[in-house]
Design a protein around this ligand. Sequence first.
Ligand code: ADA
Length: 546
Amino acid sequence: MKLDGIWDFYFAKGKNINDFQIENSAYDEFAVVPGCFDVTIKHRFQRGLAVYRRMVCASGMQKLVIGAIGLRARVFWDKKELGICPVPFCTEEFKFDAGNDGEHELVIAIDNIIDNGVDSLWREYYDFYAYGGIYRSVTIEELKDVEITFCKITTKELESRTMDVAVELEGDFAGKKIAFSVDGKTVLEADAQKSSSVSFALPGAALWDTENPNLHTLEVKVADTVKTVSFGIRQITCKDGKMLLNGKVFKIFGLNRHDCHPQHGYAVPETIVLDDIQAIKAQGFNCIRGSHYPQSQIVLDICDKVGMLVWNESLGWQNKVESLNSPGFQKLFLRQTDALVKNSVNHPCIIMWGFLNETFSDDPRAYPFMKVLAERVRSIDTSRPLTYASNRTVDDLCMDLTDIMSFNTYPAWYAIPGSDPNQQEFDPWAVEKSFSIIKEFASQECFNKRPVLISEIGAEALPGDHSGLRWSEDYQADLIDCVLDLIQKDDILQGVFLWMYCDSKTYSNPTGQARARGYNNKGLVDEYRRPKLSWKVAGKRLKQGK
Ligand code: ADA
């Protein structure tokens, strides 16, 4: 049962969740769940404690799932604390005895105070705004005698449509049967076990790809517990320096996308996400990178349906070596890594996992924890390649941990060696130079022919500026056109993720990066999705390349 809707609410400026005392709660407002409170007219950009409350009819053993919050939360049922949500964008589950029949009080106390400590997963210097609120749906469901805690379906062999299914059970499953059906037809029945792993073929079943995103439905049933999973039959493999989808080499023409909107923060409604993804596809792009946090089920469901490929990554941004080596940070990071992979593993749209955007991967002290992360992801899913976006280029020391080498590069925006930092008009030289440096580095034998991607590239453009100089729409459009042209012609680079789809809220801080209006203005469309020149130019270039 979804608990979304209008909840009781109050806000205490400057306070944090440790100040919260459930007895003294005085609700004097309402707030929408999912929603960010600091986009509202009353509390815009305020930081403090925000308390959400609603009544729920439930009894007996229940599972409460909180899709995502920001920045941290404490959760209470009938004034008793159930637990915490310590990581933004991380799905959390609470299993508990809800008590007798009747109405019960659910309270989620949240704060959006930025913690700049070494263990914090969201520091002030991140280049995206730390909104506060309940970003994603809250649901509650009755726990049955048997619980299906994990179910993963992967394509084992494409030709015969052979699928592998791994299931984990908890509870009273002994002596019971587990039944698997696909699209309404039973395909297999076995004795229920704590962990089971089965395979079956679906001869002739339709495959999933970007042109024909065919989906199927798996139903797993043990006694009266049923888990329904939407899946696609498709395979992602890497061979001889290329990534293949269903055995065919393909190019990535992608966009980085922040899942945000000025009026919704990170609780972007389905209608806006659908509009974004369909527009991105119509423009000729085939992939989005969910920068820089786990994507919502809304985004992933839509990408499955529309046929849009996704790079899904954990929350992080230029995390420092001190954090990577701090047990507190590691614990939180592993918690979100498990949730990221487990909660989205069945989406056919996801073609790779990523972590630690632009960390200090040129420092040997970063390596051990990056290795732990790579192993953790692979312990849950080996059916997709692994990558991280590096901005250390030739100095990177951790690329051997990846399956795909990805590089963030900003030639003709931030300076690259040999370029003129004061250059005002776009010069393609810098882009060509940057790509050749990356290709030379990636071609080293030690990397054993891994696919190579440009994971970020772009320039700021302020709508309405047509001077042709830096910050103008024309400058950005020239850069984007040049990048797409080079990628279309290049045999080595598998693809590109332009930075980025829409302008996204960050901070304008005199000591930080230049961020006019408090936005990262490198969007091909602005924050309200109004196209800049580069959006049209990219669409034309991509359609020409077909
Ligand atoms: C980095 C980072 C992005 C964004 C970008 C920029 O590469 O990964 O999040 O900050 O730079 O606009 O400078």
